[in-house]
Design a protein around this ligand. Structure first.
Ligand code: WT7
Length: 634
């Protein structure tokens, strides 16, 4: 395994970047050598952005779990720590060496095989941040089953829909979960409710995490510890083609239906592995911690696949930043002597608000690098992060990417790229960002802004929306032919630095979670008495954006606490508590164009309290409505 590219100056970055674009295939051929392949590829890439057909390392054969485990052991590193797990309560941690992890992964892989899970079958993982989640991910990869991790805060309805969309054969969950003050998250109960309506699920495997009593169905349900009690601790990794699916991960879309983002094996792993090493300046022996949940892409690429393929020690945290107090993150950094720390701006804002006393009594000298992801970071929290956490001694990497991109696309190279607080700076190797006008013209030069798109493919790019390739083309390629469209707006400043300005479509980023307005509107619409709802985001000092719902009730109904609570309950049930609106305004009607499209632009202004600059409202079917809405708020 080749470690480090020796990019130690901006000059070298620029030369290397140029090479990565001009002879992209040679560049990626060389990077792909960092992994162990059963069979080398015979063609580096084939990509067609019109048909949405993307392939990398064609003809190659590889196994992701082998690359994350066995090969390190074969190289003599079996006793190094692969995962440090820190539980919700302090003084509750465990660690797993590469040897131990391989044994657990192999056992669970065999348990899945015993339940007749085969290469290509989908397995749904609905768990909190417990070690068995990482083990299950790698076990699926080992036998070529496609994992679909569903974030543990999703409701049973969301879980059901995701299972049905990709027809998962087995569901893995846990008895109950603990998270911060919450001591009883009913994972198995939610799973039970979901599987009432998921005909494809043959078995539910249940991890005993808390020991809380749960109902077990004799035919369907199996305890994890029983499933592995009689299996071999060796399991031969399946030889996968580069383009065999590795996982599906659902992300919000601008229609109510979530998109099953599908990633494949070879290209994804090359990209996750290479970006993890370069962007986090990962050196052997470092303790690396990404605070994300495995339910999101950040956890897939930068807790499991990137770090483990690089033989890192990766920390996995079950809890939350404010439990038992606001010093928990820094206590963990101190306790495990973390070197690289990667989190979301929303967490930083929440912690910054509580003052420095939670930080100052911790020893953070082990930290060498800080990272952020998920939304634009603003100057105050960037400075706080740099000064108070990094002691002015750690580069900050503000990494821009998406579930769809598989790995980081725009980022500083640590200790090389001069940073500007709030800017993700420059493209990573092999990535060609462009700014487009609404008509799809490339905007050249600097000091400009536009829609962010990517020219040409990169190995970590998603390959399709599971079961709906047409939607894949529609969402990402048809608006601007020849480009991958990100859905984000961006600015390129006079020095060529990229600043991401946020989504330009109907997706909100709330506490780092992407939530489609249509999904929330659909859930609100199911509450009794609701005629129509429109959802927008407004600026919130901790969450980044918070959700504001404008709701019209059926004629004759007056808003009251019951309706209010029913709306919140419906959102919790349909999506999950993270999507609950912070504000609900009951309004006589909604502003619509003549073609019936809700003008969210106006509602956005209103939700920010900006009644004066509503822009052009003459295209509304009934411009008078705006006044009615405003007066209904006052
Ligand atoms: C959207 C993707 C990629 C992992 C986390 C979210 C926003 C992400 C940044 C950043 C500004 C960012 C974008 C993007 N975003 N990173 N560094 N600066 N905005 O994954 O749920 O697929 O969300 O998050 O709007 O499109 P995701």
């Amino acid at each position: 395994m080749k470690i480090n590219d020796n990019i130690d100056s901006l000059e070298k970055y620029k030369i290397s970047y140029k090479k990565s674009i001009q002879s992209s295939e040679n560049f990626w051929d060389e990077k792909a050598e960092r992994l162990n392949w059963y069979k080398k590829w015979n063609k580096t890439k084939s990509s067609d952005f019109v048909k949405g057909e993307i392939e990398w390392f064609i003809g190659g054969e590889i196994n992701a779990s082998y690359n994350c485990l066995d090969r390190h052991i074969e190289n003599g590193f079996g006793n190094e720590i692969a995962i440090i797990w820190e539980g919700n309560d302090p003084d509750h941690s465990r660690s797993f060496t590469y040897n131990e992890l391989l044994k657990k992964v192999s056992e669970f892989a065999n348990a899945l095989k015993d339940l007749n899970v085969k290469k290509g079958d989908r397995v749904c993982l609905y768990m909190q941040m417990i070690p068995e989640l990482a083990i299950a991910v790698l076990a699926c990869a080992r036998i070529g089953a496609v994992h679909s991790v569903v974030f543990g805060a999703f409701s049973s309805d969301s879980l059901r829909d995701r299972i049905n969309d990709s027809k998962c054969k087995v569901l893995v969950t846990q008895d109950t979960g603990v998270r911060g003050e919450k001591q009883n998250i009913f994972m198995k109960k939610n799973a039970d409710n979901a599987v009432k309506e998921t005909p494809s699920i043959n078995h539910v495997i249940v991890v005993r995490r808390t020991g809380e009593p749960v109902h077990m169905d004799n035919k369907k349900d199996i305890w994890w510890h029983e499933a592995i009690s009689n299996v071999s601790s060796k399991c031969k990794p399946e030889k996968m083609s580069s383009e065999d699916p590795l996982f599906i991960l659902y992300t919000s879309g601008s229609t109510g239906k979530p998109k099953g983002v599908m990633h494949t094996t070879g290209g994804y792993l090359v990209y996750a592995s290479y970006t993890h090493e370069i962007v986090f300046d990962y050196k052997p022996g470092d303790i690396y911690w990404c605070t994300a949940d495995l339910g999101w892409i950040t956890g897939h690429s930068y807790i499991v696949y990137g770090p483990l393929s690089n033989r890192a020690t990766t920390l996995m945290f079950e809890g939350v930043p404010n439990y038992p107090d606001y010093g928990r993150f820094w206590e963990i950094v101190d306790k495990h002597k973390v070197n690289q720390f990667y989190t979301a701006p929303t967490a930083l804002r929440a912690l910054m608000k509580e003052g420095n006393k939670w930080v100052n009594n911790k020893d953070l000298r082990s930290l060498r690098l800080l990272g952020t992801v998920g939304e634009p970071i603003k100057e105050p929290e960037w400075n706080w992060y740099s000064r108070i956490i990094g002691k002015n001694n750690c580069p900050i990497v503000d990494t821009w990417w998406q579930t769809e991109t598989g790995g980081i696309l725009i980022t500083p190279i640590p200790n090389v790229t001069p940073t500007k607080p709030g800017s993700a700076t420059f493209p990573f190797f092999g990535i060609e960002p462009v700014l487009l006008t609404d008509e799809g013209e490339e905007i050249l030069g600097n000091n400009v802004s536009g829609l962010l798109a990517i020219k040409n493919s990169w190995p970590g790019q998603m390959r399709t929306i599971y079961g709906d390739h047409k939607r894949f083309i529609d969402v990402y390629f048809s608006k601007f032919p020849g480009y991958y469209f990100t859905g984000d707006g961006a600015k390129r400043d006079r020095d060529g630095y990229y600043w991401i300005t946020g989504r330009v479509d109907d997706i909100l980023c709330v506490s780092g979670h992407n939530i489609g307005t249509a999904e929330v509107e659909g859930a609100i619409g199911k509450a009794n008495g609701v005629a129509e709802a429109a959802v927008v985001g407004y600026t919130h000092d901790v969450k980044g954006h918070a959700i504001c719902a404008f709701v019209t009730l059926m004629t004759g109904l007056e808003p009251d606490d019951m309706i209010y609570n029913q709306i919140l309950d419906s959102v919790t049930k349909e999506i999950g508590p993270h999507a609950k609106p912070d504000k609900i305004h009951f309004t006589p009607s909604l502003p619509k164009t003549r073609s019936g499209k809700i003008m969210r632009r106006i509602l956005r202004k209103i939700s920010e309290g900006d009644f004066e600059n509503l822009g052009d409202i003459t295209t509304l079917a009934d411009p008078g409505i705006v006044k009615d809405i405003i007066s209904s708020l006052r």
